[in-house]
Write a protein that binds this ligand. Sequence first.
Ligand SMILES: [Zn+2]
Length: 159
Amino acid sequence: MSLTYLTTCTLCNQRFTVPGLEDLVKTGVGQQQVGKIIQQLSEHVQKKHPKQFAESLIPGLQLSGILRLKHFHSDDPTANQMQEWMRHQIHEMTRNRTVSDEKIREQVHKLGLPELEEPRVSTLIMEMRDIIEERGKFAPKQPGTPATDDNGQPKLDTP
Ligand SMILES: [Zn+2]
């Protein structure tokens, strides 16, 4: 017997009873059913939440654009920057976790390091977070936010 689960729209709390996907993904017929479930949920967003539906179309176009343009090399540095920026935007949309500066400082403080080591370790971890999240490179400058270049080296402000 297949399990059923509740899927809840986070925008309006409407609930959908859907079959568990574990068994469905194993067969071709089941995979078609998974497609229908995704279609049903998409239609809900399209009909009930047109603003969010419209917003979802733009990244889809960006992603397909990136996947097509990756097969080209341009001598135009602006074109390359734009492509990199679009890729970064997609990365930002799909990342679901981050760690704040405050949380890093709090965790480092718990290590009980010598007073002078604490800010150095915090900064190192923030820089590593920035590399992984591509923050230092693209994020607007905020006081206290470490900026790093592609190699993770501190980025110097050029006049
Ligand atoms: Zn809804």
